[in-house]
Design a protein around this ligand. Sequence first.
Ligand SMILES: [Cu+2]
Length: 673
Amino acid sequence: MKYSFLFLLLLAGLLTGAQSSSSMLSDDSTRSIELREIQVSTTARSDRQRMIQFYRGNQSAGIEDILARLPEITLIRRGTYGMEPAIRSLSGGQINVLLDGMRIHGACTDKMDPATIYIEPVNLDEVQLQTGTQGFLYGASIGGTVNLKTATVPCHNTRKINGSVSSGYQSAAKSFYESLQLRYSSGKFAIHSSVTWRNSEAYRSGGGQRIPFSQYQKVNYSTTASYQLNERTLLKADYIGDHGWNIGYPALPMDVGYAVARIGSLSLQQNKPGQRMYQWTTKIYANQVRHYMDDTHRPNVPMHMDMPGRSLTWGLYTEGLMKLTRQQQVRVIADFSSTRLKASMTMYENGQPPMYMLTWPDNRKDQGGIGMNWKWRADSNWTLQSVIRMDLISTALTSQEAKEHIRILGVNNAGRLELLKNISVTAVRKLYPWLQSSLSLAYAERMPTATELYGFYLFNAQDGYDYLGNPKLAPERSLQGEWSLQVQGKKIRIKTSLFYQHIRDFISGSIDPSFSTMTIGAHGVKKFSALPDAHLTGVEASLLFKPVAALDFISTLRYTRGEDHSGDPLPMIAPLKSTSTIRYQFSRFFLQAETEAATAQKKISNKYGEDKTPGYLLLHVRSGFSFQLAGKKTDLQYGIENLLDKNYHEHLDWGNVKRPGRNVYVLLRVKFG
Ligand SMILES: [Cu+2]
């Protein structure tokens, strides 16, 4: 019975797919947080809009602070900057991190540069987050997708330059934040540019100790130009440049001397191009990341090393949303991308000639896929949804030198060709007008990463082992389910989700005594291999309560457990964490108080060298108001984070490096034009 139902769903999905149609991205299982400032508040305030202030508590904060507030996301921290996002404890190659639908591969073998660092919150429009059961529409993944959507500027015939200038200061790291935004539009043409500069010194942790090598400096600039070809068609060109230098990573043995990313794209957006088509976007893009690690500022370096890396990606996709019937819609996507990676290490030992080797032997990954999200509102109480994705992925070593490196691992032909299949079905049932239940089931696969396939003596500072790739690794496969309940009242919304995930051929490093270490002081060599299985179970809950117009209360909670086949806890699993915010808004003034609490994490991975992490409770207060300054609309925001100056670290913080202590911040923004 169950199976025939599933089969019917699949069949229906395939049939509608042939006609190319799909479902809205903003469905129940997608969490998207709009961050754009509301210019004119003609629309009713939605829950999502009510969350805006919560997610952007501190206007000078980076993307990472916004992501950290999503209950589904945890961040693996190796430095103040460049924290690596994880969705429900899955990270790296298990999830997709996209910028406006574009793939970007970091150029650092030590994961210092996740793609999230290239978007400044001033340019961010929306964080689209899809968890495991539906998160593979844009690419094979077992853990989901985070897509950071940047703001677009509508074409108006204003012929006036407008924009804003912001300036901020934070006391814990004596950091400065300066940002300028400019917009211009004349009829069919619009242009939007921004530049942001951040300069942060080594911060002080709770109790007042300075954390060495926690400083960073960066400049990010972006330009978006759009031209209205006709009433329904917009041609858009985007460019983002990001330069970072002197970026410290206190939990790693090296810092970043210089890192640069160049990200460009050209897209064609059609609004209602056909009777049944809502929108169609076609985009071609290319990006390049260069990354130079530096250990020259570190004391007592046994052997100085140069470690440059680079990545080059280009790709294209076409994506559309169509309405099949009054009850059915379908989103379809076809995409291709190609990524080239290379990273090397040169070691300088006193009195010896320099030693050179590849850490990411030159490699290429080509990926092409098609995906579809079909949604059927069967009646007023039932909605059914199916996401299907197929990817053909080929990887290869691209130089003779690279092949010679990998031959040391005992593999002659390291090229791979894989067909990856991802599918999910979701049923949403309205039980009462105020109560909705949703159940999702999915099968997903993901390709091993370049590091897992071809990594060559990559030192992991967390467990102290040199890691070797394994070109023969099978794709990870996952069976997962998610059940959510949502209560929706006039003044209250409560959502809870339970999820379970069973991963086969779980990729993990295991000690290989047949290799000797390269890094001085390393405990040994681990080779990536597949554990028979691992599983993750978790719960998330959120509460939005608005008793009166001036008051908002928002609270979130999350808890995840992960174990491998032998019952040992998986590494990098955050403990129970809860955040609560109360916000009072009166006219142009607001006052906000927040708590952030985590329990101790005692379920630790000894194999991965983890230790127990104590729990903590933090308190933040924020306030702000707007006023006219010389006729310009001005916002002043200020607050104190970690008011109690708690000396703490989170379980996902490598090296137990303490987080910032009491931080007083102030931000002034003047709008003009
Ligand atoms: Cu690096």
